[in-house]
Every structure is written in structure tokens, then in C-alpha cells.
Design a binder for this molecule. Sequence first.
Ligand code: ADP
Length: 395
Amino acid sequence: MKILVINAGSSSLKYQLIDMETEQAIAKGGCERIGLPGSFLKHKGKAEKQIDADMPDHKVAIKLVLDALVNPEYGVISSMSEINAVGHRIVHSGEDFDKSVVVTDEVIEICKNNTELAPLHQPANLTGIFACQEVMPKGTPMVAVFDTAFHSTMPQKAYVFGIPYEAYKNFKIRRYGFHGSSHRFVSEEAIKYLGNENAKIVTCHLGNGSSISAIDGGKSVDTSMSFTPLGGVPMGTRSGDLDPAIVEFLCKKLNFTVEECVNYLNKKSGVSGVSGVSSDFRDLAKGAAEGNERCALALDIFTYSCRKYVGAYAAAMGGIDCLVFTAGIGENDAQTRLAIASNLEFMGVKIDEAKNARRVSGINDITGEGSRVKVLVIPTNEELIIARDTANLVG
Ligand code: ADP
């Protein structure tokens, strides 16, 4: 069975064609600058190919992707009918879905109704579905896999905020959490590795956007991102959690509208805003090594905040068996992993520095000698979660 995984953004569309026999991507790539001048498709199949072509909308982009997949020179299949189903990444399930679902008209309506909760991402994600409906053979089954769904198991005490209950009931203001497919993938891998279904795990998805989750017995019980992906730890350009009164204060000081202020917290903040140098941890490490104090401070703020979440979630679950690092920073930045774990010896977390510094394919067990808690680096694979759910639902 071959599953096409689509992740449609507002001006981009990433894809993977996954062969479920091997669970390997046989082709992958992405379209960029959709609806803008200079759009192009980068494809990797039998061969690598960049195709510069006009893409006024997602429909044209999907058509180009499908053409690339069946191309005799760099494609990997001989006809579109070899694609058994399509799995779409959809950011927000609201409170309507607690797992992936087969796409129907009703599902699309519900997704549209949740647009208010993710006004930038949800419409873009849906264009991926509409484009496939128009361009692919009629009746090709499609599945929606939600970023938020894995966190639907959180108890009320973790997701209801300390504001009037009516705000939750009437306006759906609550913690939803994001990066669900990633937290789910790495926690499932960790459970297999540990051979313990009941393990208490803290998963740190640390990338441009970062979130940390508490996972007890395979279920998400708390997570750091909340109503939007702006909450939680400070990130590349996002502030993370703040005293909400800061918004009014900033608006007055900088003569911002609320929208401008939220944009400032999303795009100008985080480690980029603190350092004034970059959102990329490689640049920050270089800056700090060269004596740039604000780069060092940005890294300190990040690792300190992550460490506090790990401690808080260990407390919330009454212990921790395993700490997992994943995503761009979590998988690649040994220094940051070490800094996060550095003051956690008191609760049994010890990293082996040599193992932490090495690169392996697959899971890197970096647990130190005498550590009560397993510490694992696990490459994430959100596309595989989407493909697996799609294959399971379309049978
Ligand atoms: P996204 O959230 O966009 O999916 P990623 O998970 O790919 O992001 O993470 C990208 C970030 O990972 C980069 O901005 C950079 O900070 C960090 N990163 C990637 N590679 C390295 C590396 N070798 N060392 C340190 N940080 C890295």
C-alpha cells in the first residue's frame, strides 16, 4: 500500500509518498512560493529534480507533485492509481475529534468551523484536501490527521485555564496543545524501546517551534503549548508563556494594536528577540562561544525554561521513567540537551556525555551510568504517523 502524505501551508506544500510495506518514503519534496512569483517544486524520487513553474494555487501545486511522482525519469510510480490513499496534516481538531478521521463533507465542515482557532493554518491545510479532490481520481480515500488530537486525553485540570468557565464553554478557550503527531511518534518509539507500556515519559520536541509533553501510559496528560502555538517555552521567534498583562503594557509603550502585539510576540521574540542575532541555535552557540552575552543569555533562558517543564511534568505524573529529545534542536544539539538535563540529577536524570556527542541513525540512548531515568534522542517522523493512521483507516 502506498500513502501520499500532504502537509499544506499557506504558500507551501510538503509531501511524502510512503510505501507501507517498508514504512519508508519512496519520494518526498515540497512546493514553495505557491501564489507568489518564483514558485518551484523540489522533488526527490528516483532522482532529484527542481521544477520551476507557475503555481497560482494549491491545485496546480498538487498537479505538479502528481506529475513528478509518475514521471518516468525521476518519479517512483507508473500511474496515480498506485496511490491508495492520501493523509492530510490538519492543525486543529478543536474538541470535535480525538483521533484521525476519514475525510467526508461533514468532516470538512467541522474543520472549517474550527478555523477561528487556527486562522492562518487551518484554511491552508484544507486547501490541500480541496486540491486533491479536484486533481486525483474520484473516490481516492483521504484522511485528516490532527496536530492537536493526541492531546485530547489531557484531563480537565490540565486544559481548563483559570479564567471564568464561560470563556471555555462559550469560546472554546482552553489548552489544546500542538506537535501531537511528533509527541505521539516519539513516545510510541520510547515505549517500544523501554518495553514498558505504562512508562511516564517527558517528550521534548525542540525545533523552530518547541513544545514539551507529559505522557503517562501512552497518553498525553499535559503539554506546554496551549491555546495557540505561542504558549509554553520560549522558541525561535515566539515568546512562550508570559504574564498576560504584558500585552496591554506593550501596546501602550509601542503604540501597538493587539494584533501587532501578538505578531511581535510570535515573530520578533523568543531566542531571536533576546539575542538580537538569530533564531537558529547554531548561530546562538557560535555567538555565545565568541563571547556574545545575549546569545548566551538566550540559550540559558531556553534551557532553563525547558528544564522547569521537565521538572513540572515529573511532579505532575508523580515520577518520570524516560526523557526524550526530538526535532531540529532535540536531535542535533548535544550542548542544549546537556544543558537542559544538567540540573536534573536530583531526580535521577544523568546523561552520558560521550553518547550524547555521538551521532547514530535511529534511537540514540544517551542514558548515563547510574541514571534512574532513560534519556533517549529519537528522530521524529510525523509523516509516518499520518501514513499509518491513513493506512489503518482506509484498510
Ligand atoms: P520546524 O519547527 O520548522 O520543523 P525543526 O524541527 O527542523 O523546525 O528545527 C529547526 C531548528 O533546529 C533550527 O532553527 C535550529 O535552531 C535547530 N538545529 C538544526 N540543526 C541543528 C544543529 N546541528 N545544531 C543545533 N541546532 C540545530
